[in-house]
Design a protein around this ligand. Structure first.
Ligand code: SF4
Ligand code: SF4
Length: 160
C-alpha cells in the first residue's frame, strides 16, 4: 500500500472500524458457549463419563462378578470378589472396589462386560476435596447425580 493510502486509512480509522464490525457481528451471532456452572450443557451421546454399575428393570444387579473388567483394565483400577449364594443362578459381587484416580476412561472394561453391567455415564463433574473420594466401593458404584457429587466432594456443595 502506498504512503498516501496508509495515511488515508489511518485518518479514517479504517482498521478500527473493521475491528468494531467484527465485534458487533460476533456480539449478535448465536452463542456457542454457556455460563458454566450456572448453565450446564449436556455432553455428547458418546461421551465417556464416570463408570457406573447398573441394575436390570427389576432392580437386580447386572454384575455377575466375572472379573472380565478387572482382567481387561490395564490401570489396575478394580478389585472384585464374588460369591454364588445357595440356590442362586449367578454369582454376585461381594466386593467391587474401583479407583477413579487410576482410570484413563479407555472403555475396555465396558467393552468386555458380558452383562452390560458397567457403562460410561454422562457424569463429568469430577472435582473433589478429598483423595479418598476417588475410591468407590460396591454401593458407591450405583451413585449418580447429586448423591455422586456429594460422595466426590464430601458435602462441599452444601458449604458453597
Ligand atoms: S475405563 Fe479403562 S482404565 Fe478405566 S477402569 Fe475401565 S479399563 Fe480401567
Ligand atoms: S462389571 Fe461386568 S465385567 Fe465386571 S465383574 Fe461385573 S459382570 Fe463382570
Amino acid at each position: 500500500m502506498s504512503r498516501v493510502g496508509r495515511f488515508l486509512r489511518s485518518v479514517f480509522l479504517a482498521d478500527i472500524l473493521r475491528g468494531l464490525a467484527v465485534t458487533l457481528r460476533l456480539y449478535f451471532s448465536r452463542k456457542v458457549t454457556v455460563e458454566f456452572p450456572e448453565k450446564v450443557q449436556a455432553p455428547a451421546e458418546r461421551f465417556r463419563g464416570l463408570l457406573r454399575l447398573h441394575r436390570d428393570e427389576n432392580g437386580e444387579p447386572l454384575c455377575i462378578a466375572c472379573k472380565a473388567c478387572q482382567r481387561a483394565c490395564g490401570q489396575n483400577c478394580f478389585d472384585i470378589e464374588g460369591k454364588k449364594e445357595e440356590g442362586a443362578k449367578v454369582m454376585r459381587p461381594t466386593k467391587f472396589d474401583w479407583k477413579l484416580d487410576r482410570c484413563s476412561f479407555c472403555g475396555l472394561c465396558v467393552e468386555v462386560c458380558p452383562t452390560n453391567a458397567i457403562r460410561h455415564s454422562h457424569e463429568f463433574l469430577l472435582t473433589g476435596a478429598r483423595k479418598e473420594a476417588l475410591f468407590f466401593r460396591l454401593d458407591g458404584m450405583y451413585l449418580t447425580g447429586e448423591a455422586l457429587q456429594d460422595h466426590l466432594c464430601g458435602g462441599c456443595r452444601r458449604d458453597r
